[in-house]
Design a protein around this ligand. Structure first.
Ligand code: BGC
Ligand code: BGC
Length: 767
């Protein structure tokens, strides 16, 4: 592989070196140092060049369309992008993944051209490496966030982000549009799998770990990439469930559920943020000064780069209809606080921006603010020192151990939802019929952003990525395993009940791989949360044989199961478990691995009842239509948030508090013992919930405020301690302040619960 060791200075570049020679030759960039270099550079830039830096185009804009097959960049188009418009950033791939070598060539071609300009400013290349490096051939793909949230392992999330950063940087790319911090509170939404589930506390903790894994302590490090928190904010809860459609979110809910992960991620140090394409309460977020400037910059103190999502500036005009012209759309987004526009197909943004400055509608100083942030990021990433793929970084691509990390993550994510009569683990000698639409389909194991955008191109998966059928055959052999199914998820033969019945006779157990094919963004739109009827019929037919039926769900969002949830012997939720997912599933089914994942969302039982676990307590009230009786069982998911079974028995006992009254800013120590009373070693995720018993706004039933994964051998027990502060007891009140009101609280771990009192100070006085 040919990699540039040291880039050569072009004429224009040399000019810059001469004007700021000491700065450029200085060692690792320090903050002050960078500010000076940015200031020097800004002083040399025209308005056009500044508008260019704020422009991001997609790679395909540069393609030579007459060349079929290999990625061919048209030199004329490249020159136009980088010399005429001076674009600051390029993103995406063509329609496929590139090899590391191809990426290096693409990056080299781009940077060579960028360095011809004067002043010479390297391009920052951005990519969606959502659960591993989506667009580099041979990368490792991990479980999607929804599965990672089931592991409740911040450490694993951190490790995976670390690997993803290394493989991205090895590809010559230094900006990753991840993590997704949207809170998955609407399971209809097609990007649910990209979220860490319905709880903002969990999303904040895991998202922050992802950011640290991406950025390390220094963006200049060859193992780091810039992260991008997205999609700020409220994207995940569209009223009709469709991608990029209006959300109606009261401020109090926005502050309680949607903003906290972003606030946590800003504190974790994420360098960039991407904006929600849609609108909240009628206001497009891309035009919202309140959300971008007042809250994000003002209250959260974010000073990194704000980038738009795909085409979303112009869409203020074309879709949202809040700007009468494309130019007005540009003005509104800049006024709101945007730094960079993912245009991404043309240079209209830059052209309009320049004209707005010329006409005095936007000040050049306003452009300087944004360009300063963009240039600072480029300096921090070391792009001014070497804009090409770094040879030492390349060595971090495709290490064998990454695949082990993917396997470990899948093992910890898979969630055992039902295990009636302890049908699992299966005996190694059992004769198994393995069927269903996902049995040979690798897209269903991976979901979106898997070698292609949609993840649905079976041909794009590496040959050594096992399907579930492959994994069963490898584990148990073809004398015990019969497979029914073809790779195409939607093929009618995959749900042919008669064919299934004909094969079922010889089987001791039937494993059905059901769920969803891969999809990303709007192509995954859903009108109906039911698992498709053909799949339910197949399951009913299998169940009717009287043989134990084990359902493996490969789905990006919970699909309503109906009767089969009650009738199947066992149900495993595998989410989108990634490259090694099939192996992890079979290991769990045969008991080589004890399942330990727990649900990061409330699995709905009915399509008309989507109630998150941390609902306000009033949602518990039910008036039964017959007899008008009131009950308090309004939260009735198929399986609750936090549910997940094991092959061993864990017992939680001895819940204790170190005091009955928590005062002011003190810490309350909560201890509990968890014991493995069963016969197998296993991991248990211990979760702590708090409930505010009375508050000025109807309180949540309970909220997750602590969790820990522990590994226990049979007979082993361990004490766990959690520390709670007033902050953990807080909620967002009617004036949108996060407050902790004095009064009684309940802390619960497992089925144990204790009440305590919170007071502001020892006199019980209210502040
Ligand atoms: C998605 C973003 C993504 C961007 C670039 C958009 O359509 O919403 O999540 O980062 O495209 O691919
Ligand atoms: C996606 C991009 C994708 C493009 C294809 C966008 O909405 O975010 O990642 O490549 O559509 O048209």
């Amino acid at each position: 592989m040919k990699v540039a060791n040291k880039w050569t200075l072009s004429g224009a570049w040399r000019g810059l070196v001469i004007s700021s020679v000491t700065l450029l030759l200085a060692g690792p960039a320090m903050a002050d140092d960078i500010d000076d270099r940015v200031t020097a550079l800004l002083a040399d830039m025209t308005v056009e060049q500044k508008a260019g830096q704020m422009t991001q185009v997609t790679l395909a804009t540069l393609f030579d369309r007459s060349v079929k097959g290999p990625i061919a960049i048209d030199p004329e188009k490249l020159r136009e992008a980088l010399q005429t418009y001076g674009v600051g950033s390029i993103l995406n791939t063509g329609s496929r993944s590139l090899t590391v070598k191809e990426w290096h060539a693409v990056i080299k071609t781009i940077q060579d051209e960028a360095l011809q300009a004067e002043p010479a400013i390297p391009v920052i290349y951005g990519i969606d490496a959502i659960h591993g490096v989506t667009y580099t051939v041979g990368s490792t793909l991990f479980p999607h966030n929804i599965g990672m949230a089931a592991t409740r392992s911040p450490e694993l999330v951190h490790r995976i982000a670390g690997v993803t950063a290394m493989e991205t940087r090895a590809s010559g790319i230094r900006w990753n549009f991840d993590p997704v911090l949207d809170v998955g509170r609407n399971p209809l939404w097609s990007r649910f799998e990209e979220t860490f589930g319905e709880d903002s506390y969990l999303a904040g903790i895991l998202g922050s770990q992802a950011i640290r894994g991406y950025e390390k302590d220094d963006l200049g490090d060859i193992t780091a990439v810039a992260s991008c928190m997205k999609h700020y904010v409220g994207y995940s809860d569209p009223a009709n469930g469709k991608d990029r459609t209006p959300a109606y979110i009261p401020d109090v809910e926005l502050w309680e559920h949607h903003l906290p992960p972003f606030e946590a991620a800003v504190a974790a140090g994420s360098s960039t943020i991407m904006i929600n394409s849609a609108s909240i309460n009628g206001e497009p977020v891309h035009g919202s000064k309140k959300l971008l400037s007042d809250i994000l910059r003002g209250r959260f103190g974010f000073d990194g780069v704000i980038v738009s999502d795909w085409e979303d500036v112009i869409r203020l005009h074309t879709r949202h209809k809040v700007a009468e012209t494309p130019r007005e759309a540009v003005r509104q987004s800049i006024e709101a606080g945007l730094d960079m526009s993912m245009v991404p197909n043309d240079y209209s943004f830059a052209i309009h921006l320049v004209s707005l400055v010329r006409d005095g509608l936007i000040s050049e100083a306003r452009l300087d603010e944004s360009v300063r942030r963009i240039l600072r990021l480029k300096f921090e990433l070391g792009l001014f020192d070497n804009p090409y793929a770094e040879p030492e970084a390349v060595e971090n691509f495709g290490r064998l151990e990454y695949s082990d990390v993917a396997l470990e993550a899948a093992r910890q994510s898979v969630t055992l939802l039902e295990n009636r009569g302890e049908v699992l683990p299966l005996d190694a000698t059992a004769r198994v019929l393995v069927a269903g639409p996902a049995v040979r389909n690798r897209g269903a194991l991976h979901g979106s952003w898997s070698y292609t955008w949609q993840g649905s191109n079976e041909a794009a998966y590496p040959d050594d990525t096992a399907s579930l059928a492959d994994a069963f055959l490898a584990r148990s052999g073809d004398d015990r395993v019969t497979v029914m199914g073809v790779p195409e998820f939607g093929a009618p033969e995959n749900v042919d009940s008669e064919a299934l019945l004909a094969l079922a006779d010889k089987a001791d157990a039937i494993v059905l791989a059901l769920g969803e094919p891969a999809y990303a963004e709007s192509p995954g739109a859903l009108d109906d949360l039911w698992l498709p009827e053909a799949q339910r019929d197949l399951a009913e037919a299998a169940i009717a044989t009287g043989k134990p039926v084990i359902i493996v769900l490969l789905e990006g969002r919970p699909r309503v199961l109906g009767d089969i949830a009650d009738d199947a012997a066992a149900i495993l939720q595998a989410y989108r478990p990634g490259s090694r997912g099939a192996q992890a599933i079979t290991e769990i089914i045969y008991g080589d691995v004890n399942p330990s994942g727990i649900l990061p969302y409330s699995y709905p039982q009915y399509t008309g009842d989507i109630t998150p676990y941390n609902r306000r307590v009033l949602a518990n009230v039910q008036r039964l239509s017959v007899g008008g009786k009131i009950t308090y069982d309004g939260y009735k998911p198929q399986w609750p948030f936090g549910h997940g079974l094991s092959y061993t028995d864990f017992v939680i006992s001895d819940l204790r508090l170190d005091k009955d009254v928590l005062v002011g800013n003190d810490t309350l120590q909560v201890s509990v013992t968890v014991a493995n009373d069963g016969k197998r070693a296993g991991d248990k995720v211990v979760e702590l919930y708090i409930s505010d018993l009375y508050a000025s706004l109807t309180p949540s039933h309970h909220k997750l405020r602590g969790f820990e994964r522990v590994s226990l051998a049979p007979g082993e027990k361990r004490a766990i301690t959690f520390a709670l502060t007033a902050d953990d007891l807080s909620f967002v009140d009617a004036s949108l302040q996060r407050v902790t009101e004095p009064g009684r609280f309940r802390v619960a771990v497992g089925s144990e619960a204790i009440e305590f009192e919170y007071v502001n100070n020892l006199d019980g006085e209210v502040r």
